[in-house]
Design a protein around this ligand. Structure first.
Ligand code: PRX
Length: 665
């Protein structure tokens, strides 16, 4: 991890911000949680689970570790996820509380109370059942950020069907491979969405994905969103608005076993093939709900909670759909981009909807920083009281800006001047976790922890994380190593869909009894944890996880490319950026001049626009060791504009000079 130059910057950061006395006095989570959890971890989780959820059949065993690493939580308990997110709030007399506030990019809005959302989900469940979907069946979801995305996920959960949400930024090919891997029966999509005030289609990708025969899909259910003309396959395609609103609003939720599969979500690993991460019901709902409550100091009666992630990612699953609704909170759902119609859109949303808790990614904060503080300063953000961060390490500058500019805003400024400031700015909670962990693992408690800019700091109560060396031995304070999770946790992944061996190999082989997260980390002098980024071939671009191998495979699938190497290069806004180096087949001159641009587009088509390299460099050779391994470290140096480091182990030590020469030319 000596290559990580952010490390030195991070460790010069010594500021701390203790919770204000006022915040601490009213916080929903106090330090006793750590004590209770460390006294008896399993009893702690049992108690929290019973507190957060309504079990149709109570469990008698908390953790079953008899077939590790295939752990089971609360295994003999039964519950229904949708009942927990919806019906029980209505039964408790909170049917009139707002569950979802939707705002579309064009400015259209819709509001669902808990009673209305419950009815909508019951109708969708009946409609899906009418299309032949039953417990255990897989449903692919390829939707924009519209209420139907949340409704579809919960309708699946209600039926015991397993949803597989595919982010709308993925291509037709990526969608097809996920449909095939999970053998989905139904696809729920939309004609399209809005992006920067223009209609942006989705359905054509579904059509392209299903063009080649041999798939398992019998129905495509289409939400009409942007009303653009849409290709229609008779017998396969059906409009949501013709099917769902006509379905019965009565539906009894059946209780399923705690370990009943809830969803599959594909994520990039170190090989080309995405992994279908499997989450189940009881443990997942327990830890997502508990962390959402504790980390964000949730007061569901009064808070308006906004998570800016897309439902296509784990953050959207856990902290837009499941935890917030299980906790009975009011959730804002926004369809569009940060800068439509202008750069004030997010702050306008906060101001108008009186958002109290905001959860976003460092890349968005850095973008807002780049646009200048005058933009948020001219809005009233005084309602914000907790600010969350997720997806990548947050650099101390962005953390401080988030606190000072967003968290301390006590009213709109005028004439380019900031408005009044809060004496006690909203605390910032940096949350480390992964698709695989399902829920927060490392995060401060805002009423307890003295926060440090740039560090996620401490494991949440009931979770045991550590930083270890190559041999798996815990490192001391001030030292770095690999982040591991020592004990199984309720919301842990239960496997990789259809591939138990890969599950064991990826997460449980490096340190056997500990979960290997794939992140580098450091303990500071106080033992607080600082995340340092991935130690494997996974990149993090704007908080999106991308695999170098997957992009390399996409590049070599193009006729022009003989070999490709991809690296994540440091980028001021997106954290990392994809930079590719390719060797062309035959002579370079045989290929069109814009071949680099064509290759970028090719990656976009194969994987999706999010994976498009920022730059594609045509080079005569790639730096390889004598055993043929590409030394990406040297390419990273080049991509980040540094002189290449030690190249003495290369088979041909002149390669880096050759590369440098072509890049200058
Ligand atoms: O490298 C870590 C980084 O994102 C990875 C997980 O990506 P994904 O499964 O897509 O989930 C992202 C949202 C939970 C991790 O292995 N990561 C996530 N949160 C943080 C982070 N790195 C540093 N600090 C964080 N708060």
């Amino acid at each position: 991890m000596g290559e990580n130059s952010t490390l030195d910057n991070l460790l010069t950061e010594h500021r701390t911000f203790a919770p204000s006395a006022e915040f601490a006095a009213h916080a929903v989570a106090d330090a006793s949680l750590y004590e209770r959890a460390s006294e008896d971890r399993l009893a702690y989780w049992a108690e929290r689970s019973r507190g957060a959820l309504t079990w149709a059949t109570d469990f008698t065993q908390v953790l079953d570790d008899s077939n590790a690493p295939f752990y089971r939580w609360f295994a003999d308990g039964k519950l229904n996820a949708a009942y927990n997110a919806l019906d029980r709030h209505v039964e408790a007399g909170n049917g009139d509380r707002v569950a979802l506030i939707f705002e579309g990019e064009p400015g259209d809005t819709a509001t669902y109370t808990y009673a209305e959302l419950t009815t909508a989900v019951k109708q969708a469940a009946n409609a899906f059942a009418g299309l032949g979907v039953g417990a255990g069946d897989r449903v692919a979801v390829y939707l924009p950020m519209v209420p139907e995305a949340v409704i579809t996920m919960l309708a699946c959960a209600r039926l015991g069907a397993v949803h597989s949400v595919v982010f709308g930024g993925f291509s037709a090919d990526a969608l097809r491979s996920r449909i095939d891997d999970a053998e989905a029966k139904l696809v729920v999509t939309a004609d399209g969405t809005w992006r920067r005030a223009k209609p942006s289609p989705l359905k054509p990708a579904v059509d392209a994905a299903l063009e080649a025969p041999g798939h398992t899909v019998s129905t495509v259910l289409v939400v009409k969103r942007n009303a653009e003309p849409t290709n229609w396959v008779e017998g396969r395609d059906q409009w949501w608005h013709e099917v769902v609103p006509n379905a019965s609003p009565e539906h009894e939720a059946e209780a399923f076993e705690s370990e009943h599969p809830l969803f599959i979500l594909y994520t990039s690993g170190t090989t080309g093939k995405p992994k279908g991460i499997l989450h189940t019901t009881g443990g997942y709902l327990t830890q997502t709900a508990v962390t959402h409550h504790d980390t964000f100091d949730l007061k569901p009666e009064t808070d308006v909670y906004w998570c800016t992630a897309d439902v296509g990612w784990i953050t959207g699953h856990s902290y837009i759909t499941y935890a917030p609704l299980v906790n009975g909170s009011t959730v804002l759902l926004y369809e569009g981009t940060m800068d439509t119609p202008d750069r004030g859109r997010w702050w306008d949303l906060v101001q108008r909807h009186k958002v109290t808790i905001m959860y976003t990614a460092p890349t968005a904060i850095r973008t807002a920083m780049k646009w200048g503080r005058e933009v948020p300063d001219s809005y009233d953000l005084s309602t914000l009281r907790v600010l969350g961060s997720v997806g990548e390490p947050i650099n101390p500058e962005a953390w401080m800006w988030y606190r000072d500019v967003i968290g301390a805003n006590a009213g709109a400024g005028t004439d380019g001047q900031p408005g009044p400031r809060k004496e006690n700015p909203a605390p910032i909670v940096d949350t480390w976790w992964q698709t695989e962990t399902g829920a927060h693992m490392i995060a401060p408690l805002p009423g307890v922890t003295a926060t440090k800019p740039g560090s996620a700091q401490v494991a949440v109560p009931g979770i045991t994380v550590d930083v270890v060396d190559e041999a798996g031995v815990s490192v001391g304070n001030g030292e770095g190593g690999y982040l591991v999770i020592r004990d199984p946790w309720p919301s842990m992944l239960r496997g990789i869909w259809g591939d138990p061996e890969r599950f064991k190999e990826t997460y449980w082989s490096r340190f056997e009894t500990m979960y290997f997260a794939g992140d580098g980390a450091k303990k500071d002098e106080d033992g607080d944890i600082w995340l340092l980024g991935r130690v494997d071939d996974v990149m993090n671009v704007s908080g999106h996880r991308l695999s170098t191998t997957e992009i390399e495979s996409a590049l070599v699938s193009h006729d022009a490319v003989a070999e490709a190497a991809v690296v994540g290069a440091k980028d001021e806004t997106t954290g990392e950026a994809v930079v590719a180096f390719v060797i062309l087949r035959g002579a370079d001159a045989e290929w069109p001049e814009d071949i680099s641009e064509q290759l970028r587009l090719h990656v976009g088509k194969e994987i999706g626009p999010i994976a498009k390299p920022k730059a594609v460099f045509v080079v005569p050779e790639l730096p390889k060791t004598r055993s043929g391994k590409i030394m990406r470290r040297l390419l990273k140096d080049v991509a980040e504009g540094r002189p290449a480091g030690d190249a003495s182990t290369l088979a041909d030590t002149t390669v880096m000079d050759q590369i440098a020469a072509t890049m200058r030319g």
